[in-house]
Design a protein around this ligand. Structure first.
Ligand SMILES: [Zn+2]
Length: 241
C-alpha cells in the first residue's frame, strides 16, 4: 500500500511525516485522491470536509471516508499506530510477531493483532505494482506465527516470505516487495524476481544479489556480451552470497 508512493527513507523521516493523525489522514488522501477528492458515488469533485473528517458530496450527499475500502476501515486504533506497525513490518527482516504487537502496542487480544498483521500483509504483497528497479537484494523473512520457532528455516507456524529490496547505495534501501512463498527454492525466488523486478536491458535479464539464500550458492555472472540484449533469453543472474 505504501510503496510506489513517496515513502519516508529513514525512521526519523517517518516520525516527522506521521507524528499526528491528521498527517496520516492527509497521506492516505494524497494516495487515494491524488488530484483531490472525487465522490466514489457520483464522481463529483464538489465536496467539503466535515468536522469528523468525512467528505460530504454536495451533488449526491454521499459521505466518504478515506479509510473506507482500505485495511484501516473501522479500526479503533489510530492510523499513527498502524503506520508504525507497517514501518516495523518493512524494517523487521526476521519477522514481526503478533505477540510482539500485543506487548508493545497494547492490543486487547492476540487474535486482533494477528488479524491485523494478516490484513496488512495481504495489501503489502498485492500484485500489479510498479516493479523494483536498479540493484536488487533478495532475502527471506518469517512473519507472525503462534509457535515460537527457532530462527532457522523451519520456524513452525510462521509465514515464509521472500523480500526484494532496492539497494540505493551502501547505506540506504529503496522500495520493498513481499510475497509469501511455500519454500526457499531457486524456483520461487526466480518467479518472484520475474514478477516484481524490472529487467535490466544491459544484461538481458535480472541482476540480483541474494542476501540470505545460501541455497543459491555460487556466482552466475551475466554473459560477457551483456550489451546485446538479444544474445540470450531473459535470465536471473545471482551474484554472490
Ligand atoms: Zn457524490
Amino acid at each position: 500500500m505504501l510503496d510506489s508512493e513517496p515513502y519516508p527513507k529513514t525512521f526519523e523521516e517517518f516520525l516527522d511525516w506521521f507524528s499526528t493523525e491528521e498527517q496520516c489522514v492527509a497521506y492516505l488522501e494524497s494516495i487515494k485522491w491524488p488530484d483531490g477528492f472525487v465522490c466514489p458515488q457520483c464522481g463529483s469533485r464538489d465536496a467539503w470536509k466535515t468536522d469528523r473528517g468525512l467528505w460530504l458530496c454536495r451533488s449526491c450527499r454521499h459521505q466518504a471516508s478515506v479509510t473506507v475500502g482500505t485495511v484501516f476501515e473501522g479500526t479503533r486504533k489510530s492510523l499513527r499506530v498502524w503506520f508504525h506497525v507497517m514501518w516495523l513490518m518493512m524494517a523487521h527482516k526476521t519477522g514481526l510477531s503478533a505477540k510482539g504487537l500485543c506487548d508493545v502496542y497494547g492490543f486487547g487480544s492476540y487474535q486482533t493483532a494477528w488479524g491485523w498483521l494478516h490484513k496488512l500483509r495481504s495489501v503489502m504483497i498485492r500484485e500489479g505494482r510498479e516493479r523494483l528497479q536498479g540493484r536488487i537484494e533478495i532475502d527471506e523473512a518469517y512473519v507472525g506465527g503462534r509457535v515460537e520457532g527457532p530462527r532457522g528455516r523451519v520456524a513452525e507456524g510462521k509465514i515464509l516470505v521472500i523480500v526484494g529490496v532496492e539497494r540505493v547505495d551502501s547505506e540506504s534501501l529503496g522500495r520493498v516487495r513481499f510475497r509469501c512463498i511455500p519454500g526457499i527454492t531457486r524456483k520461487c525466488a526466480e518467479a518472484f524476481v520475474v514478477d516484481y523486478v524490472e529487467p535490466v536491458p544491459a544484461c538481458g535479464g535480472w541482476f540480483v544479489k541474494p542476501k540470505a539464500f545460501q541455497s543459491f550458492g555460487g556466482s552466475k555472472r551475466p554473459p560477457a556480451n551483456s550489451n546485446n540484449e538479444a544474445a540470450s533469453p531473459r535470465k536471473v543472474f545471482w551474484v554472490g552470497p
